[in-house]
Design a protein around this ligand. Structure first.
Ligand SMILES: NC(=O)c1ccc[n+]([C@@H]2O[C@H](COP(=O)([O-])OP(=O)(O)OC[C@H]3O[C@@H](n4cnc5c(N)ncnc54)[C@H](OP(=O)(O)O)[C@@H]3O)[C@@H](O)[C@H]2O)c1
Length: 269
């Protein structure tokens, strides 16, 4: 079985790589950090005796998806059975303060590259009537989030596209899973520019998120919200009036006075 994983150099993507390697999958791993990819690939080859390809690419470039697809086709020795569309980052702070180049990167990575990868890898799976795509969205894609507004909006796009395509692809025996983790202990928060959360705790580990996602994939599930606390939160926000959910989210996510004094938090993302 051949799996292609984007954002495999750390965090949730690295966990997908480790858990799929333990299942004996051949891996094509991609991210920008060549050193981290090489270390992980070397470790997985030695530990599991599997073939691992490293593909160093910036997927926030408009042609990133096409370049990844071409590279996978050039190197692969079998059809792709699983695409894990995981690469992503957060941008915290008031939208009006966020740097335009970061906005552009997020739109390209979360919308354009994400969409093109599904479009590029799906037809062959449909033809073969087997295969799967895991799209890593977020619980942020199921609700608007002040101070993470653009991030949440792009994740909502992923949920919508993923759930729609899942129904189309299911007719051909192809599973398209939208995975929605909540807060997970990775470098994501530092990259996003979050100093600390007002509601600490309740984090899952990347390994827990991925174990739930892969177990759900084994059962053919197209939407998985990982973690009991996150499932509860999503249920709650479906029954509580929308304006109350937004009010609570604004209170929880509002930058502290200290963060405002230090400058626009989004600049750290
Ligand atoms: N952590 C959370 O709380 C959380 C919650 C819900 C959803 N998620 C989602 O989970 C996914 C993985 O995030 P994470 O928590 O694992 O964060 P992370 O530890 O920061 O990892 C992000 C991964 O994405 C890659 N990436 C970022 N920008 C890229 C680019 N321009 N081109 C290619 N690769 C790029 C990074 O690799 P390089 O830096 O080497 O390029 C890294 O491997 C994201 O889509 C995120 O939105 C995270």
């Amino acid at each position: 079985m051949l799996a292609v994983i984007t954002g495999a150099s750390r965090g949730i993507g690295e966990s997908y790589a480790r858990q799929l390697a333990a299942r004996g999958c051949t891996l094509h791993l991609t991210a920008r950090d060549a050193g981290r990819l090489a270390r992980l690939a070397g470790e997985l080859r030695t530990q599991h005796g599997i073939a691992v390809e490293e593909i160093v690419l910036d997927l926030a470039q408009p042609d990133g998806a096409e370049r990844l697809y071409a590279e996978v086709r050039r190197r692969r020795t079998a059809p792709v059975d699983l695409l894990v569309n995981n690469a992503g980052f957060g941008l915290y702070g008031e939208f009006a303060d966020q740097p335009m180049p970061k906005i552009q990167d997020m739109l390209v990575l979360h919308l354009l590259t994400f969409t093109k990868l599904v479009r590029l890898f799906l037809p062959e799976m449909r033809e073969r009537r087997s295969g799967a795509i895991i799209n890593v969205s977020s619980v942020a894609g199921l609700m608007a989030l002040p101070y993470l507004s653009l991030y949440a909006a792009t994740k909502a796009f992923m949920v919508s596209l993923g759930e729609g395509v899942a129904l189309e692809a299911g007719k051909y025996g192809v599973v398209v899973q939208t995975c929605c983790p909540g807060r997970t202990a990775t470098d994501f928060h530092e990259t996003a520019g979050v100093k600390e959360y007002r509601t600490p705790g309740g984090e899952q580990t990347a390994d827990e998120v991925v174990a739930e996602s892969l177990a759900a994939l084994d059962r053919g599930r197209s939407l998985v919200i990982t973690g009991r606390r996150n499932r509860l939160l999503v249920r709650l926000q479906q029954i509580v009036p929308r304006r109350m959910v937004l009010w609570a989210a604004e209170r929880v996510l509002r930058p502290s006075r200290e963060e405002v004094r230090l400058g626009a938090p989004g600049a750290g993302g």
